[in-house]
Design a protein around this ligand. Structure first.
Ligand code: LMR
Length: 397
């Protein structure tokens, strides 16, 4: 049977991660996969996570199965993090959250649920987007359409073209949006643009599907939730996939959630039962460890403030690197304008250089950047920024 298979192409981000790890050069720099690194180039376990792990070690007295929806306390607290404590849709009992295996697992459950509910619905994805959105969601059976999001040459959101396309999205179709810290461009919707999209969704009857994987890394925990919260206020239905990989540093623990906002409490129950049936068919139950830690952190004042203080440090370090890189390459650029890097938020920005220049940076200098020209700003630190700026000067000259 296996002779009928041929090898597939490696995912562009994870392939780059493997190439970086195999590169023996000492000066190599990883600006590829979206993982936070501190100023020593290390991805630490967050302090609150370490403390929660110590407590869990003491307290945990069983490894028996959890339910399909995971830990109810985690679901409650993660929903509060997403929508805030007093959200009207939660008060109206129209929202259901299930723990999921990472943001990707959450996205897939959402995709499968959409396909069950409305197999002919099209999923509209902004261009560019995280490269795995298309395989992951088309793999759930959904037909993908595109809307323009970012103008690479102008280095900003292509707002007019985006809105024009969204005005033509038929009722019942789904529109995928990034909650904050847009991956791969770092260019986020303004509050006014979120309001405009919410109004349009209400008028046209399309359903937003928000992927939010970086809450707290953009402007802060509350500000980064503006889009999610405002749309959930306005609309009868929407879906939110969220991840704790980046803001809790729980990458390998696969900790995420999927939230459904429905028109009525009765519909919310039906949706939750269908989502649990989807989960049962794919992975049965999500892994427990990361979600138990998150629930412990969010449910404890001391751990929560320790965590949010460290998250502030993470965000500020990334923003400092944004400023530093902009200054260095702005001086050395060979004519290109890189001021957008300083204005954008989250881990990523597009450099907007050529593919050949990306290849030269990797091959000659050991600097790993996704071929779309996406850089992970968290890979820059005070020890490698000079080498990075010099190498870029050489390549851009
Ligand atoms: C990224 O965009 O680099 C991360 O979300 C990791 C991944 O799975 O692609």
């Amino acid at each position: 049977m296996f002779e009928h298979l041929s090898a597939t192409k490696m995912d562009p981000i994870l392939g780059l991660m493997a190439d970086y790890r195999a590169d023996p050069r000492e000066q190599k720099i990883d600006l590829g996969v979206g993982v936070y690194m501190n100023d020593r180039g290390h991805t630490p376990v967050m302090r609150a996570v370490k403390d929660a792990e110590a407590r869990l070690m003491e307290l945990e007295d069983t490894k028996a199965y959890q339910g399909i929806a995971g830990d109810p306390r985690y679901n409650e607290l993660i929903l509060e993090l997403l929508l805030g404590a007093q959200h009207s849709a939660v008060a109206a009992n129209r929202v259901r959250t299930l723990q999921a295996p990472g943001g990707s697992g959450a996205l897939r459950v959402g995709g499968e649920l959409i396909f069950r509910a409305k197999p002919n619905a099209k999923l509209w994805i902004g261009v560019p987007t995280w490269p795995n959105h298309v395989p992951l969601l088309s793999g759930a059976g959904l037909t993908i359409e595109q809307y323009p999001y970012y103008d690479i040459a102008a280095r900003k959101i292509n707002a007019d073209a985006m809105m024009e396309t969204l005005r033509g999205v038929p009722a019942g179709d789904i529109v995928l949006l990034h909650g904050c810290c847009h991956n791969p461009t770092g260019a986020d919707l303004s509050k006014a643009q979120w309001d405009e999209i919410g109004d349009l969704a209400l008028e046209r009857g399309f359903v937003p599907y928000i992927d939010t994987a970086y809450q707290g890394l953009g402007e802060g925990l509350e500000a980064d939730a503006y889009g999610v919260r405002s749309l959930a206020e306005k609309l009868p239905e929407m879906i939110i996939a969220s991840s704790c990989s980046k803001n809790f540093g729980l990458y390998r623990e696969r900790t995420g959630s999927i939230t459904f906002v429905s028109a009525t409490p009765a519909q919310a129950d039906i949706v939750a039962s269908q989502a649990m049936s989807v989960a049962r068919q794919i992975y049965s139950m999500p892994p427990a460890h990361g979600a138990l830690l998150v629930a412990m952190i969010l449910g404890d004042d001391q751990l929560r403030s320790e965590w949010s203080a460290e998250l502030d440090e993470v965000r500020e370090r990334i923003n400092a690197m944004r400023r530093a890189l902009t200054e260095r390459i702005q001086q050395n650029d060979g004519g290109l304008d890189f001021s957008h890097i300083q204005q954008q938020r989250g881990m990523f920005s597009f450099l907007g250089i050529s593919t050949e220049q990306v290849d030269r940076l990797r091959e000659q200098y050991g600097i790993y950047i996704v071929s779309s020209t996406r850089v992970n700003l968290a890979g820059i630190n005070t020890s490698n920024i000079d080498y990075l700026a010099e190498s870029m000067r050489a390549v851009l000259a």
